[in-house]
Write a protein that binds this ligand. Structure first.
Ligand code: AMP
Length: 286
């Protein structure tokens, strides 16, 4: 199915004008923020948005503030025309694709930082700049659009928790909803960064979902978290991963470390590891 061309808003004023028209007609609005290079995982969030609201807005903005200088901001895959066609096919109503000046005008000086709690462990340790950049840009996007519902993937589970905290703390009148992770047939989570993998690395990457499956089964069987974390590390290194940022089993609501003994319900396994130049992250519920 191909729907008509997708309207694109480049400025906050254009975005607000379209959303105001929908609101005047009594329609509910869902927003799905992305950095583009869209795949079936992103499109599943559009589908979820369509279930939860009358209108869906996708944003595409590769946010410089969430990349450290040594990270892949310049190399990050970009292709707006292709993305817009996918969004139109998915039944999205509007693409908000602002330029960097629109988001960060001269003199921009305000940042949003989820200072403690769910932002601290895991990605907060490996990428200390990351959640400040994410919270700032997502706060801006939600204030710019004013959706009833904002949808984020459980693929970036910690990010989802950080955004929920930020929206609650700032009294943003929006429901933050998580969508399930879309995976390849072998279980690898879809990610725009998978495009960086060589054919050989893509084969090796299958070790990540295999290790996650093992971890979940071992924990359900009463395995100790520390033992399971060690086994996951060993299997990833054995499969050719060159560096492991973390393998940690934590509480899925608070991200607190778990005590010894059998893991409690609601635990989650979190992994970030490097295959060549590509950093892969994943998380599975136990
Ligand atoms: P990104 O463009 O990578 O910043 O992702 C935009 C949104 O899509 C975020 O909320 C991600 O968590 C979500 N997302 C990314 N990959 C997937 C996936 N495989 N399944 C579901 N959602 C995803």
């Amino acid at each position: 199915m191909t729907n008509g061309p997708l309207p694109v808003a480049r400025t906050v004023a254009e975005l607000r004008a379209v959303v105001a028209g929908w609101r005047a007609a009594g329609e509910r609005v869902a927003m799905i923020p992305t950095m583009g290079a869209l795949h079936a995982g992103h499109l599943s969030l559009i589908a979820l948005g369509r279930q939860k609201a009358d209108r869906t807005v996708a944003s595409i903005f590769v946010n410089p503030a969430q990349f450290a200088p040594h990270e892949d901001f310049d190399a990050y895959p970009r292709g707006e025309a292709e993305d817009a066609a996918k969004l139109a096919d998915a039944g999205c109503d509007l693409l908000f694709a602002p330029g960097a000046r629109e988001m960060y005008p001269d003199g921009f000086a305000t940042t949003v930082n989820v200072a403690t709690g769910v932002s601290e462990p895991l990605e907060g340790v490996s990428r200390p700049h990351f959640f400040g950049g994410v919270a700032t840009v997502v706060a801006k996007l939600l204030i710019q659009c004013g959706p009833d519902v904002a949808i984020f993937g459980e693929k970036d589970y910690q990010q989802l928790l950080v955004i929920r905290r930020m929206a609650r703390d700032l009294d943003l009148p929006v429901e933050v909803v998580g969508g399930p992770t879309t995976r390849e047939a072998d279980g690898l989570a879809l990610s725009s960064r998978n495009a960086y993998l060589t054919a050989e690395e893509r084969k090796a990457a299958t070790a990540l979902p295999a290790a996650m499956r093992y971890a979940v089964a071992a924990l359900r069987d009463g395995g100790e978290a520390a033992d399971v974390e060690g086994a996951v590390r060993a299997s990833l290194i054995g499969a050719g991963f060159r560096q492991i940022d973390y393998v940690e089993i934590r509480d899925g609501a608070t991200l607190a470390r778990l005590g010894p003994g059998p893991v409690s319900p609601g635990a989650r396994v979190f992994v970030a590891a490097w295959l060549g130049k590509t950093r892969l992250i994943d998380n599975w519920a136990v």
